[in-house]
Design a protein around this ligand. Sequence first.
Ligand code: ZN
Length: 262
Amino acid sequence: MLDYNKLKASFEALELADKPVIAHASLRPFGYIEGGADTVLRAMLDSFASLIMPTHTYKTEIIPEMGPPNNGLTYGSGHARNQMAEPFHPGMRADPLMGILPETLRNHPSATRTAHPILSFAGINADLTLFTQTLYEPLAPIGALAEQDGWVVLINVDHTVNTSIHYAEKLAGRKQFVRWALVADRVVECPGFPGDSTGFQAIEPYIAPDTRRVNIGEAFVQAVPLQRLFHVVQELIKKNPLALLCERMDCERCKAVKATGM
Ligand SMILES: [Zn+2]
């Protein structure tokens, strides 16, 4: 059975005590954890200098009847979904797709949560990092973390959920998208929206030499330095403009990127 001490020892083995961290996690492979997600969060906060996680809220999204071309979106296809959309508010739950840990972090008494209506982040000891986010630069906190020699920590998940790769795609000049979200009684345009991450695991062999990994029974934690990650992503896209895109024929965002050649 996993408890605080076992988790703390595993996170400490990553040797990131003085580094700010962005994390993504699936807790299920851990099995039973004494104290649940709160215990995992406490062990992380005691092992890293600071912590942020995405607390994205996709249920605020609206699909309009028309918009800019080549935007990886079928305009007018959201009638049913638009009916269900809810206006963003600061206390809105993180999307369940992200797992339980971001919501646990958001609910921590010391946590700050940003106000982007779709792509918010929550964090602890990371206010200056979080406050770099704007409506126009939704992933700016990841750039700010890299400037502080930050790391990505992936708990039982692979690079398909590694949001930081999106930031590097933008640095490489890859196409970004526009989305729309409900805020109070109006619809807000959200530029700088990233592409699809389904193909991101292709980075694994290129970043493996820089990856620290700790196995915990059947489960694992891996960590990657952001600056190195950005460099590797940019090199891959420079060599192959279609690098890290997915192969799905029905993927509208990857198709839109391919159409621009970037
Ligand atoms: Zn795709």
